[in-house]
Design a protein around this ligand. Structure first.
Ligand SMILES: Nc1nc2c(ncn2[C@@H]2O[C@H](COP(=O)(O)OP(=O)(O)OP(=O)(O)O)[C@@H](O)[C@H]2O)c(=O)[nH]1
Ligand SMILES: [K+]
Ligand SMILES: [Mg+2]
Length: 351
């Protein structure tokens, strides 16, 4: 059973670690790369696992590669073109154990990773298996949660009225008393809590309390240097969850890694169509998963939805071909969309 007091102490330590480094320390260190493109992927790993080699393979950017540790000293951005999208790939310095406590440039590296839509954790297939857990622990320590959904727990702080704790189904590892104690330790004395997940844990409940310091990011584990391991070992690695294997040196598996990134990012390509003209399949509009016609309008032009009448949709999201839909319609990958507006000449245009 978790000792709550110990847990709280741990969290307080964590708060100290997650505080942003002083402005002086952050300035001019080359980590403030501005976001560009449709999504950002961060390359995270121990030194010399092949992060820069990978960046140089998948983008036009050349980041210095060498056999010694800490070849890369700042964040180096490159652009990966895929499916009509531009994905920013951020090559980062290697991190070492203790990075979350500020060893090396660990804290800046991890802060940069925290801003990404996806982490590619590059691992050296020739190194011991613990490397993966060690890196995960460093990321966890600054509030990054890999391949997890935010817990299904509702927490609303109030001004008065005490604590109201409800479970939508009998929980397996929590009870009212535990939550009460945790909340009291955080000095949250007036609140409403609804636990909607019967499998919710103490750690997840604390994540909800600490939600301003938590980031939920997808992670693909990529073992590089498979040219130097046995087939048997390769077979084991390749069967781990959320994992891909590659050799940058032999140019093996790289396109598979890129395909997997694309799948995980779940970006959606929309082709726009003007009335009476064939859709333009050469230029896709890229939107996020679960985007609506409203999001599509916004990415075409800021004011387009003001004159929106309806849209016609051909593709996986439409029930008829075409289906006439409103702003709240959720689009699917490779849908063809025609926006019909109140003013003439507004039929969809990407320009
Ligand atoms: N055998 C083998 N060596 C590789 C492979 N990919 C990269 N290397 C070598 O690994 C060494 C480190 O590569 P880098 O790309 O500099 O590694 P890094 O992770 O960017 O290193 P830091 O920036 O120092 O953290 C270089 O000597 C590369 O040539 C591979 O697939 N197989
Ligand atoms: K290196
Ligand atoms: Mg490097």
């Amino acid at each position: 059973m978790v000792n709550i007091t110990e847990k709280i102490k741990e969290i307080e330590e964590e708060m100290k670690r997650t505080q942003r480094p002083g402005a002086g320390a952050a300035a001019g260190t080359g980590f403030d790369v501005s976001k560009s493109g449709d999504a950002r992927i961060a390359l995270v790993g121990f030194p010399s696992v092949g992060k820069s080699t990978f960046l140089s393979k998948v983008t036009k950017t050349k980041s210095e590669v060498a056999a010694y540790s800490f070849t890369t000293l700042t964040a180096i951005p490159g652009v990966l073109e895929y499916g009509g999208a531009e994905i920013q790939v951020l090559d980062l310095p290697g991190i070492i154990e203790g990075a979350s406590e500020g060893k090396g440039r660990g804290r800046q590296v991890i802060s940069a990773a925290k801003t990404s839509d996806m982490i590619l954790m590059i691992l050296d297939a020739t190194k011991r298996a613990e490397q993966r857990a060690l890196l995960e622990a460093e990321l966890e320590a600054v509030g990054i949660r890999l391949n997890q959904d935010p817990p299904n727990i509702y927490l609303k702080q109030k001004k008065a009225g005490g604590m109201k704790i409800t479970f939508s189904a009998p929980p397996k590892s929590l009870d009212e008393k535990m939550l009460y104690n945790i909340l009291r330790d955080y000095r949250i004395l007036n609140c409403e809590v609804l636990v909607r997940d019967e499998n919710a844990t103490v750690d997840q409940f604390i994540d909800v309390i600490m939600k301003d310091h938590r980031t939920y990011i997808k992670c693909l584990y990529v073992y590089n240097k498979i040219d130097s391991i046995s087939l048997e070992h390769l077979n084991t690695l390749a069967h781990e969850d959320n994992t891909a294997v590659m050799s940058c040196e032999l140019d093996l598996g790289i396109s598979d890694v890129v395909d997997k990134c694309w799948e995980e990012l779940r970006l959606i390509r929309i082709y726009t169509k003007r009335k009476g003209i064939e859709p333009d399949f050469s230029e896709a509009l890229i939107v996020r998963h679960d985007s609506t016609i409203e999001d599509v309008c916004d990415s075409i032009h800021r004011t387009l939805k003001e004159s929106f009448k309806y849209a016609l949709v051909w593709g996986a999201s439409s029930r008829h071909i075409p289906q006439r839909v409103g702003l709240s319609h959720v689009v699917a990958d490779e849908d063809v969309v025609s926006i019909v507006g109140t003013k003439s000449g507004l039929a969809s245009s990407t320009k």
